[in-house]
Design a protein around this ligand. Structure first.
Ligand code: FAD
Length: 301
């Protein structure tokens, strides 16, 4: 096994990659370049996000179906309950099943246009990801991944409440949780201790965000209510005009996080790719996740 983790004696990690649907032909071409570059790493699954308020319904659908038809990947479609009735959501879910998709990432979503605003469930709609998960499983036996917030969901009254919500999602049929991105590993580990002590055993993939722009990260963190440790700002300080160094730092921070998490027993990592392959590809190599070697016949062909 190549890679730093292999040298530590850890097994080959399982990875998954998150993409967002393309906005136009140019972003479609670069998305597919990234998908093709990462495909040989044989991720457990790849997922495609769903725009606020269902704005990418068609594009998300088209992207996952193309992945299914044209690659060896196992695509998962993100789905939210925002601004849709139960009937509409169930119809989308049935369409996915009919198209051969077997994995949905079930999310409540945020109210469109009002970051941090109060969420009002749509009339006759699913009120939260727990109800959505139950609804999806009532349509067909999908694998259902749900969200998890190591540093507490911004609307949540407490971490204990978040863990109760996770339990409810498991009871509703969730099969995996993917965490919001984070940088405070100790906070993540303390949170996971509480999750496991509460008796929740479902697989959890830490969400890893390789970040190259501190300004971009600040915006994303503010939008998602994620506290940023001071050391992150320090790493990027003075590098506004130096994208190459920022990229090297991003890869190194993410690889270091994964290595520490692997030492703590985590072996599944979900990468927020931002539709770019290069950093994630490099981090995977560090972790010992690489193309499986070809047989002599395949290599000769
Ligand atoms: P929920 O888990 O439903 O929780 C929301 C609130 O509802 C909780 O604070 C809780 O108070 C309440 N709640 C939930 N279940 C119960 C219950 N059983 N009993 C009582 N209260 C309950 N957003 C998008 O728009 N598109 C995406 O593609 C997308 N992908 C994401 C992927 C990941 C891995 C993550 C972590 C987030 C993603 N998001 C996405 C963001 C997500 O939609 C927002 O964070 C949103 O604010 C909450 O969605 P949720 O599914 O976590 O909500």
């Amino acid at each position: 096994r190549a890679g730093a983790l292999g040298a530590l004696g850890a097994p080959r990690p399982k990875v998954s990659f998150e993409f967002s649907p393309p906005k136009g032909p140019k972003s479609e071409a670069s998305l597919w370049e990234a998908i093709r570059r990462l495909e040989p790493l044989e991720p457990e699954f790849v997922s495609v996000t769903y725009g606020a308020g269902g704005s990418t319904r068609e594009r998300t659908h088209r992207t996952v179906v193309r992945m299914l038809q044209e690659t060896s990947l196992k695509p998962a479609a993100h789905l939210t309950c925002v601004e849709a009735s139960r009937e509409e959501v169930d119809e989308i879910v049935q369409e996915y099943w009919d198209a051969g998709i077997r994995h949905i990432v079930a999310l409540r979503g945020d109210p469109p246009g009002s970051l941090g605003g109060a969420y009002t469930p749509p009339p006759n709609g699913y009120a939260n990801a727990t109800e959505l998960t139950r609804g999806i499983r009532a349509v067909a036996p999908f694998e259902v991944s749900v969200s998890l917030y190591p540093q507490v969901h911004p609307e949540s009254p407490s971490m204990d409440h978040d863990i109760d919500v996770l339990k409810a999602k498991v009871d509703a049929g969730a099969t995996r949780a993917i965490t919001q991105f984070f940088f405070d590993i100790d906070a993540f580990l303390r949170f996971m201790d509480k999750v496991r002590k509460a008796g929740v055993q479902l697989p959890v993939s830490p969400g890893i965000m390789p970040v190259t722009s501190f300004e971009g990260l600040k915006k994303m963190s503010a939008a998602s209510g994620i506290p940023l440790p001071g050391w992150i700002a320090g790493l990027f300080d003075g590098l506004d005009e130096d994208p190459e160094t920022r990229r090297l730092i991003a890869a190194s921070v993410a690889a270091e996080m994964c290595t520490r998490l692997a030492e703590e027993g985590y072996s599944d990592f979900h990468f927020y790719t931002l539709n770019r392959a290069d950093l994630v590809y490099a981090i995977c190599r560090v972790l010992g996740v690489r193309e499986r070697s070809k047989s002599p016949q395949e290599a000769a062909a």
